[in-house]
Each structure stands twice: as structure tokens, then as C-alpha cells.
Ligand binder design. Sequence first.
Ligand code: 0RA
Length: 639
Amino acid sequence: MSQDNEYGAGQIQVLEGLEAVRKRPAMYIGSTDSRGLHHLVYEVVDNSIDEALAGHCDAIEVALHEDGSVSVTDNGRGIPVDTHEQYDRPALEVIMTVLHAGGKFDNKSYQVSGGLHGVGVSVVNALSSELEVEVKRDGAVWTHRFEFGEPQVDEFERVRDLEPDEDTGTTIRFWPDDGIFETTEFDFKTLENRLRELAFLNSGVEISLADERTDESSTFLFEGGIREFVEYLNETKTALHDDIIYYDDESEGIEVEIAMQATDELQGSIHAFANNINTREGGTHLTGFKTALTRVVNDYANTHDMLDDLDGDNLRGEDVREGLTAVISIKHPDPQFEGQTKTKLGNSEVRGIVESVTHQQLGTFFEENPDTTTAIISKAVEAARARKAAKQAEELTRRKSALESTSLPGKLADCQSRDPSKSELFVVEGDSAGGSAKQGRDRKFQAILPLKGKILNVEKHRLDRILENDEIRALITAIGGGVGDEFDIEKARYQRLILMTDADVDGAHIRTLLLTLLYRHMRPLIEAGYVYAAQPPLYRVRYRGNTYDAMDEAERDRIIEEECNGNPTQVQRFKGLGEMNPDQLWDTTMNPENRVLKRITVEDAAAADRMFNILMGDAVGPRKQFIKDHANDAEWVDI
Ligand code: 0RA
């Protein structure tokens, strides 16, 4: 590369662009925590998926290397290596260094561009201490290398000729910059979940993940696409009909694909995607689907006299969706994402398109498949009947007055603060730990609610039944925002809800029950990041008048080695929270100065949904397997 290129206007522009990314990384990838880190991989994979959507690639391999780098290899056309006219530099270099250059480069073949942030690989490059590209195209293998986004002079190289039978493609390998990211450790399970989802959403593309650190690996290839996604989501549930209902359509350049199957569950689970992005906040595609679904079901039920038991009432959307598992996937040339987390599809034309394709195609399916349709509608009628019965018994009024009343539960030791942003509620397992927590706390801002034994398994019961459980009512009343559809996060009395359970199997079970309750009936609390798990230490080591607490065995051993020269005077194992005296509990687990809290996130609604079904549902086999698989996995309750 010549000096001119080095310091030309184009190069200065590039450096400024990369500098902007490094200065405000969160603006481009959302955050610099573990989530942001994993985003880097998704961003690179998205480019390969785009290549697959354009019809040029059917295999993508992700590898986690022992040196902390990740590589993504695809068998697409390869990033162009010829000279980019406008920049007078290798196109490869432009794509890797100019913000947003990747997609714009060849707009026609890039009809649909995925990626939540849609920022392009140049952002990954800017946030990597090192990045290597290998391209196979134009009859040769080419490599290039970058550091902190900057092309390394003279390292753009034509390495060798391609073998006659050798495939074209691209490999991008990068080392995330540890000066930018809070953590640079990739998590196999997190990547596996997203890659599985991408494989479901892009049928026929084989996506594999290999972890060279542990030799774990997974390969996903679903010829059935989102039909297989629905099958997977329903693996642990009882379906009401054998077939997976599926239809698709393309109009105005917008592709629509929908798959669904009804189950005997009380909970419905509809997952909507736009350009492979999980639109958790919903949007026009979801609204269009719901509207048409309710209408088609009511049309059929009415013409077939199936609503006699409902005194002429129609089915409500919620009745029809009870126990329904559905996946909606649309691909749009220019998606507009809105909402708090930019995961709500805003394009208004999509609503009518999804509505009309659902109306037509689902209507036809119903007419042609009366047995399946009857199974679905009978379930909806049952749901409607239960809903009406509950109302008749004035359950709803009772719920309102009982749960929104100002009288707080007797077991609650409330805090003095009335400012939710400063108040925390510790939900504590057992009366004895509850007692210690009450004595040890800072009553100014810390409230304690002891819960006795196990709460009701909320997965198994409708809301009216759940609300009969005293422990659950105490929790709901203490939080103060109501429950279910009526839950109002603005009314929550605490913006930290800290689950404090023992570090043993029972404790994990109780925490899972509590999380299920929160996930199903007060989900906004989790979405807002208000829910935490306390992390009480497991060991206390004493040496020469000092005490050290350890969260696990590894930390205990490190302390003994490094702090106590190999000989502690005493090692205490905390068997449970109840064993700690109030001071110890305050010191180790409650004092904001010392404690470690783990924030609970809805990282992947589909995965969490599946976990709750496995853990809480009827099928025993998958549950045992799941617990076995995750026995040593500290992350498994981290929904
Ligand atoms: C721009 C243009 C073309 C392909 C690509 C980018 C491309 C980028 C990535 C990133 C990862 N894998 C990729 N594969 C392809 C098309 C060039 C042509 O017309 O051949």
C-alpha cells in the first residue's frame, strides 16, 4: 500500500469512523458486557447468513479457539478482494473498515440484512485487538490482518491458487479487545442457543459451533425450518394434534412464514421474528397474526355451531392462544425496529400482509383439516368457559381487592424508604434465614419477606388457582404491582427484588419456582432488570485475625494458597443461609458494599420457555436429562 493511501482523505475518514466506535461502543453494539461481546459473533454470523439468504452459502462454522478468539467460516462467494473504485483500496479493506459498507456494497444481492444493530463487520473489527480474514475467491486464497480496526500495511496478501475443487468462502477470526469489554470469555450455551435459532429460521443452512476449549460441539441443520422450531418448542409438551400447521407467502418483497401447533398447556408461546431478530416486544407482524387467528377461529366455530356453551359469545384472542405454540418469521427489505430495546417491528404495511395471508391460508387449512381444527377450537372453548366461570365466581373482583389492597402481608418486614428506586425486597427461603435477614438488614432501604418451604408450581395452574396460595399472595402484595395482564411495573414498591435461597438443590428449586412465577406473571420485572439472585458465599476462611469469604471451592483454594500461605487457621462451610448469624448475613450477602448479586435476564425467551416447561412440566424424562446436563452449570437458572 502506498503512502498516499495511508494518509489520504479516505483513510482519515476510516480512522475517524473506527475511533467513534471505540469511543462509544455501546452505541453500536448495545453494551460492553457479556451480551455485547456475544453480539460481535452474531454480527459476523449475520453477514454469512445474508450470503446464505442471497443463495450463495449453505454452511457456516463458528469455532471458539483456545487463545480466546472466535472464527466464523462460510462457503459463500467470499468478500470481494478487487479494488474498490471509490476508495481506491481493496474492497475487503473497505468492508472491514468503513461503517455500514458491508451491506450497501452490493445492495441487490443483499435484499435482506439481518443483525439487530445491523452495524456491519467493521464494528467488530474496530472492537477487536486483532482480526484476520481469509477469503477464497477469484481463483485464489487471500488474507488480510487488522489491529484495533486498522489494516496492517502490506498484510493484504494473495497466498496461493485455489485448488480446482476448492470451495469459495470467507473466514473471519477476531480477538475481542479486552480494553473495551468487561469480559472476553465466550459462553458456549449462549452461542449455541442463538445459532440453533438461526438454523431454525434459515432452513437448509447448516450452522455448527465447535468449542476447542472443551471439545464440545453442535451442528444444526433443519430442512423443515420453523416447523421444526415448533416441534422443538413442543418437545416436552402434549400436542393436541399431530400435524404442525405451516404456511408461507411473499408479497411486496416481504416474506412471511408461520408455523404452529396447539398443546394442552395453559400458557401460550408465540415467538415472532423479523429478519432473524427475535422481536420480543412484538410489533405489526404479531398483531396481524393475532387479529386474523382470532377471526378465523371464530368464523369456523360459528359456522360449525361450536360456541353453544358460551351463550353466543365469541372466543377471545386469549382463549384461542391458550396453549398455542407458534413461530412467526418475516423477512423485510427495510425493517423498522422500535420500542425500548428496539425489538418491536414497526412497519405498518406488515400488519395487513400477515393478517391477510393468515386469514386466507389458515382458513383454507381449517376447512381441509376438520379434526385438527376441532381439537384447537375445543381447547379454546374450554379456556373461554374457565374464564367465564372464574369471572362469575367473582374471582376477578376478589383478586383485585385482595392483591391491590393497601394492607401488606404480616410476614413482610418492610423498609422505611418509599422510593422504589432505592428500595430492595429480599425474598428469603425459610423462617430462620428470614429472622437473620431481618436482624442483619439496613431497615432504611431493605425489606425482608420470608417464604416458607416451596411455593406452588405455577406452571400447572391457571391464575385463579395460583392466587389462592398464601406465599404467592404475600409476594404479590409485597411487590404491589398486581399480577398477570394487569401487572403494572410503575406500581412496584421495589426496584430490586433479591431472591435469597440456599446454595443447594432445594434452594435452586425454590429459586426456579420463584423465577417461573415472575417470568409467567410479572415478566416486566425481569425485563426491567429488577430481579436478582443473591450469591451467599459457601466458605469462610480465617487466618491470623482476617476472614475471607469464598463463593466456591476454587476461590476457597485460591484464598488458602494466596492469602494464608497454604495454612488457614479455620475453614467454615456455610451449609445454608440459616446458619449464618445476622452480622455474617449482612456482611457477606446483603451489604451493598461487599455482596455479589447476579442479575436475572430474559436472555432468550424461547430458551427460557423451554427450560420452564422441562423443569416444571409433566414430562419426567426430559426433566431428568436436563437437570443431569446442567447439574454443574451455574448459569442454568439465569433465564
Ligand atoms: C460484499 C459483496 C459480496 C459479498 C460479501 C460482501 C460477503 C461478505 C461476507 C462476510 C462474511 N461472509 C461474507 N460473504 C460475502 C458479493 C460479491 C460478489 O458479487 O461476488
